[in-house]
Write a protein that binds this ligand. Structure first.
Ligand code: SF4
Ligand code: SF4
Length: 430
C-alpha cells in the first residue's frame, strides 16, 4: 500500500518540530567568567517565543543559584531589569543619584516605577506582542521582504541612489537597515501606546522616495531581495494611510498618464510637455549663464530635504529634448477614438501571408516621446507588416504601481489584459 501521504505528513511534522526546537547557545569569556546566552528564535512563531521566554527565566535562576549575578560587561538594560532583584536596583539608584543628581542621563531608566518595563526592547515577551502585531499588519509583509538581508553590500554598486560622496544612507543595504529601524519604531509606539509619530512617516517617505524602482539590486542579491519592490510596498503603505508625500510635478505627471480623454490629453500635453519642456530648457540656459545661486561645483551632502535653489539647479541641469513632435502619436495620426481599433498597413504590400503585429506603445512612447512610437510604426509599415494598435489612450499601470497606488495599477493592468484578450479573439483571423 502506498504510504506516501503518511510519510509526507511525518516529514512535515518533523520539519515543523525541528524548526521550532529551542537551543541555548553560550559564549564565554575565558578570563573574567562572563557567560552570554543566545536563544535563536523565529520571530513569527508565537509558541516558540513563549517557550523561549520561559527558558530565559530558567537561565537567570540557574545563574543565580550557581552564585552568579544577572550581569555581564554590557546589556543590563530594560530586558534584564525584572531579574535584577531589589538590592541591586537600590544600589544602582543610590549610585546614579550621586553621579547624576539632576537625572540628565537616561532619566528613569533602570529605576523602580519608571514604567519602562513595558517599553519596546528586543525582550522575548515583547517580541510575542511584536509577532502578533507584525502578523496582523502590513508591517509584517514589509518586514518579511527585508528580513533575510545578510548585509553583504553586493547590491550597493548597482544602485543609482548610492552616492557615498553625498551621503551613506541610500544604498539598498542601508535603506534596509533604515526600514528595519522604522518598523521597530512603529512597533515600539504601538506597544507603548504613545501614538504614532508623524515623523516616522516622514522617514519612511524619505527612504521610499530614494529609489528609482529600477530593480537592479535584485540581480546581485544572494537572498533575492529587490528593494524596488520594497520601496513600492512602502509607498503603498504610506498611500493607504494618507501619508504619502507627493510633489506637484509627480501629481501633474500622474494626471497626464491617467488621462484617456483626447481633449484632456491635448491640454496636458501642451501644458506639461510643450510649455513645461520649453520652460525647463529656458531655465537651463539662464541658470547656466547667470549661475545666481553660486552653488559649489561638487555636490554637498543631502541629509536634509534639499533646498529650493538646489532642486532648481538639478531640475534644469540637463536640457530636455527640443525636437519633439508637436502632438502625441495618436493625435498626429488621428487615432484617438477609444472605440476604434486601428490597423495600419501599406495597401500596396497587402497579402494573405502578411505578418501581423500587435503594438502597445505605452504612455512613454505614445504621449511623452511620440517620435519613438512613430518610428516603430513607420518601420513596421515599411517592412510590410500590418500593425494593430489598442483603441484610445492607455497606460500599462506601472507608473501608478511604482508610485504606490498599487490598486489603481492593478486595475489598469487587469482592464488591459481583458481588452487585449478580446482583441486577440476578435482579430484572430489576422
Ligand atoms: S545584496 Fe541582498 S543580502 Fe546583500 S546587503 Fe544587499 S539586500 Fe542585503
Ligand atoms: S530598485 Fe531602488 S534600491 Fe534597487 S538598485 Fe534600483 S534605485 Fe537602488
Amino acid at each position: 500500500q502506498d504510504m506516501q501521504a503518511v510519510r509526507d505528513k511525518l516529514d512535515s511534522i518533523h520539519s515543523e518540530l525541528r524548526n521550532s526546537r529551542l537551543f541555548v547557545a553560550t559564549h564565554m569569556h575565558a578570563g573574567d567568567g562572563n557567560v552570554h546566552t543566545n536563544i535563536p528564535v523565529n520571530s513569527n512563531d508565537y509558541d516558540m517565543l513563549h517557550e523561549a521566554d520561559l527558558v530565559v527565566e530558567r537561565i537567570m535562576a540557574v545563574a543565580t543559584t550557581l552564585g552568579g549575578v544577572v550581569s555581564g560587561e554590557h546589556g543590563i538594560g530594560i530586558t534584564k531589569f525584572q531579574f535584577l532583584g531589589e538590592s541591586a536596583i537600590n544600589e544602582f539608584a543610590e549610585y546614579k543619584n550621586n553621579v547624576d543628581p539632576n537625572g540628565r542621563f537616561n532619566r528613569g531608566k533602570l529605576a523602580t516605577g519608571s514604567g519602562l518595563e513595558n517599553a519596546y526592547t528586543p525582550s522575548l515577551r515583547l517580541l510575542q506582542q511584536e509577532a502578533l502585531i507584525l502578523e496582523a499588519s502590513e508591517l509584517g509583509d514589509l518586514n518579511n521582504a527585508i528580513k533575510d538581508c545578510l548585509r553583504c553590500g553586493k547590491c550597493k554598486p548597482v544602485c543609482a541612489t548610492h552616492i557615498p560622496a553625498a551621503n551613506l544612507l541610500y544604498s539598498p543595504r542601508n535603506k534596509i537597515l533604515a526600514t528595519g529601524l522604522i518598523i521597530e519604531a512603529f512597533l515600539y509606539e504601538e506597544q507603548t501606546r504613545r501614538g504614532l509619530s508623524i515623523r516616522h512617516f516622514d522617514e519612511m517617505n524619505d527612504i521610499a522616495d530614494h529609489c528609482t524602482v529600477c530593480h537592479k539590486c535584485a540581480a546581485p542579491c544572494p537572498v533575492n531581495i529587490d528593494f524596488g519592490d520594497v520601496s513600492v510596498r512602502m509607498r503603498s503603505i504610506l498611500m493607504a494611510h494618507g501619508k504619502k508625500r507627493t510633489s506637484l510635478g509627480t501629481r501633474a505627471s500622474m494626471a497626464y498618464l491617467n488621462a484617456t480623454d483626447p481633449t484632456t490629453v491635448k491640454f496636458l500635453y501642451t501644458g506639461l510637455i510643450r510649455w513645461g519642456y520649453a520652460t525647463q530648457r529656458l531655465g537651463n540656459k539662464l541658470l547656466k549663464k547667470l549661475n545666481p545661486f553660486k552653488l559649489p561645483s561638487r555636490p554637498t551632502h543631502t541629509y536634509e530635504r534639499v533646498s529650493v535653489p538646489v532642486q532648481l539647479v538639478h531640475l534644469t541641469d540637463k536640457a530636455l529634448p527640443n525636437k519633439l513632435p508637436g502632438k502625441t502619436m495618436r493625435a498626429m495620426l488621428g487615432l484617438e477614438d477609444s472605440k476604434t481599433v486601428p490597423i495600419l498597413r501599406d495597401p500596396s504590400k497587402f497579402s494573405d501571408e502578411m505578418e501581423s503585429v500587435f503594438y502597445f506603445p505605452g504612455c512613454g512612447s505614445e504621449r511623452l516621446f511620440s517620435q519613438i512610437s512613430l518610428a516603430t510604426l513607420a518601420m513596421l509599415y515599411e517592412n510590410g507588416a500590418q500593425t494593430v494598435l489598442p483603441p484610445g489612450y492607455l497606460c500599462c499601470g506601472y507608473p501608478q504601481t511604482s508610485g504606490g497606488d498599487v490598486a489603481k495599477g492593478k486595475k489598469i493592468s487587469t482592464d488591459n489584459q481583458v481588452l487585449f484578450h478580446r482583441l486577440a479573439n476578435t482579430l484572430n483571423y489576422l
